[in-house]
Design a protein around this ligand. Structure first.
Ligand SMILES: [Zn+2]
Length: 271
């Protein structure tokens, strides 16, 4: 099998060079040029999900979120143009070394949840997964996001983590350390699609910006919005805190694209 894979991989690599396959890495975004924004936007699907397509400099551009646990190698997106013609677009996924971060949390149950905690976590996970993978019309006016709070970056996206010495999932968002009670703004306009008080994430607000672009804001001390509320960019959705699994007051901000958590920095504007 090993002997067979070598030539296949080389063949794929030369194919990608010939087609100029766009590249990214786990937790990153593939920006896929889809031609002039004259006809209606093409439809793009990736791993069974619709993908955000935005207009940039009078061209259509697909923004494809790559999962943090994606293996380096080749993936493919399916593009259907306005006329119904379909084609496959290979995407090159390159390895990316995220640093390791060791954390200590006081509440041992946040490291080794007991059966009740696990049952609660499983219940909460289902609702959150639905919110992370939602597809809601209309498309966002912009795919450029703003920071929810102006705070010190205390933990970057993608860090491979240990809690009290035990390996756990990589960090799927950006942490911004701010004093308890700091107003937390929506990173872009959207609709509040879910709120809750969760085992790991604490008090949390999901803002659905449209077409698979979704923000999740965690560890809040207070939630100031309700499901269904329409919020403008920067509008206050709650106050920062340290609820759930947190080592101190901060805002954890995750950004989802086509169901995958991606590095928020990839969509952050200049301001
Ligand atoms: Zn975090």
């Amino acid at each position: 099998m090993r002997n067979l894979l070598g030539p296949i991989l080389i063949c794929l690599a030369s194919m990608a060079q010939a087609t100029d396959a766009p590249a990214s890495h786990p937790g990153g975004i593939v920006r896929l040029d889809l031609g002039p924004a004259e006809a209606a936007a093409p439809t793009v699907r990736f791993q069974g999900r619709r993908v955000l397509v935005v207009e940039a400099a009078r061209r259509w551009q697909a923004l494809i979120g790559i999962a943090l646990d994606a293996e380096p190698g080749w993936l493919s997106a399916e593009i259907t143009d306005a006329g119904g013609r379909q084609r496959e677009q290979p995407l090159a996924i390159e390895a990316h070394d995220y640093p390791v971060q060791h954390l200590r949390v006081k509440n041992r149950r946040h490291v080794d949840p007991n059966p009740e905690d696990l049952a609660r976590w499983a219940r909460e996970r289902d609702a959150q997964d639905v919110a992370k993978r939602a597809w809601r019309d209309p498309a966002p006016a912009t795919a450029t996001l703003g920071l929810p709070v102006d705070g010190r970056r205390s933990s970057a996206f993608g860090l491979r983590r240990t809690f009290n010495g035990e390996p756990r999932n990589p960090h799927s968002g950006l942490d911004l350390a701010v004093p308890n009670g700091t107003p937390v703004g929506a990173p872009a306009a959207g609709i509040v699609s879910l709120t809750g008080d969760y085992f790991f994430n604490g008090r949390t607000v999901f803002v659905d910006h449209g077409h698979g672009l979704i923000s999740m804001l965690c560890h809040l001390s207070r939630i100031d919005v309700a499901v269904g509320d329409r919020v403008a960019a920067g509008e206050i959705v709650g106050r920062s805190g340290a609820t759930g699994r947190a080592t101190g007051p901060h805002v954890h901000w995750s950004v989802f694209l086509n169901g995958n958590a991606i590095d928020p920095d990839a969509l952050l504007g200049d301001s």
